[in-house]
Design a protein around this ligand. Sequence first.
Ligand SMILES: *Cc1c(COP(=O)(O)O)cnc(C)c1O
Length: 372
Amino acid sequence: MTEDPLAEAGVPAPPVRLRGALDTLPAYTPGRPATVREGLTAYKISSNENPYPPLPSVLDAVREAAAGMNRYPDMAVATLTTRIAAHLGVPPERISTGPGSVGVLDQLVRATCDDGDEVVFAWRSFEAYPILVTLAGARPVMVPLAPGARHDLDAMADAVTDRTRMVLVCTPNNPTGTTVGAAELEAFLDRVPQDVLVVLDEAYVEFVDAPDAPDALAVHAARENVVVLRTFSKAYGLAGLRVGYAVAHEPVAEALRKAALPFGVNTLAQVAAVSSLEAGDELVVRVKDLVAERERTVAALREQGWEIPDQQANFVWLDLGEDTAAFAEACDAEGLTVRPYLTDGVRATVAEPEANNRLVEVAGRFLADHPR
Ligand SMILES: *Cc1c(COP(=O)(O)O)cnc(C)c1O
């Protein structure tokens, strides 16, 4: 059927032209499901998901809304935006929603960065950061964590140049679990030029109990260039529905709405988030239980001799260095899927007590075999 003489002569077509930026990105590798072991419940503790099933009230609202899936979602996300604003005590004009806070972050990068502009963030931190920044044509500037697996805010301020459009502060930091202090954050913000956006990624804020943690909304209220990012994926247990938001001053919030993919937040996500805000009291109880489990697990691990930085999210960070892969395999052999990071360490989500107990057991045996 072909009328292309080159093709007829057997000359292969040239490869489709793709962006060079893609060459620097890793190919997507799907997470391995937990290996099934006879008589052993498998736990996937690699994605910081909420182990609790959805609240019945939230599930009912989603079921009811599912009957309208032939219609487009509310593009303005009006009800949810109003509820979030009321919940936080900020004007609705300052809220911009997206498909997960990763979706909102993507909008932020695309609203601020032209080719070659720079985005500063700590490393190791959230793995989506270098990917979103690179895909937008911007340059990731990765500043090593300070001892104690904490953000080195001084070094991050030093890394700001006249090409910097955005600085990401992940607090608590994924995957190391540490928060920045309120005072050091103020000192840092005093040093960052006021036309550079500073994003406080608070995906795990509900789990924070450190007395010196910043009040990000107050910091935002006082500074035009500060944005707070939050999500319904972790504490609210809606990871599968994809909804998150930014709290930003109006020029930025408006830019975010312009940069958004139309209809990005689907109807079920909108409905589930609204009814989750209404079920706040029930969710607070769950969050408290997870924080108590975190404290219990961290205490047991420290008792064994592990050195663990202050943990403020719904996961535990184990700084394993070269033993990272071996530890992840030891966990897998016991039906636990954890998240290994090359030769840095392992992140394990705080989950059901049985999963946490098993993690402690595996870690104890591992430490005996691999003294640190
Ligand atoms: C999980 C996570 C998010 C949120 O992800 P979404 O599911 O897209 O809302 C954002 N930032 C960090 C650091 C996270 O760990």
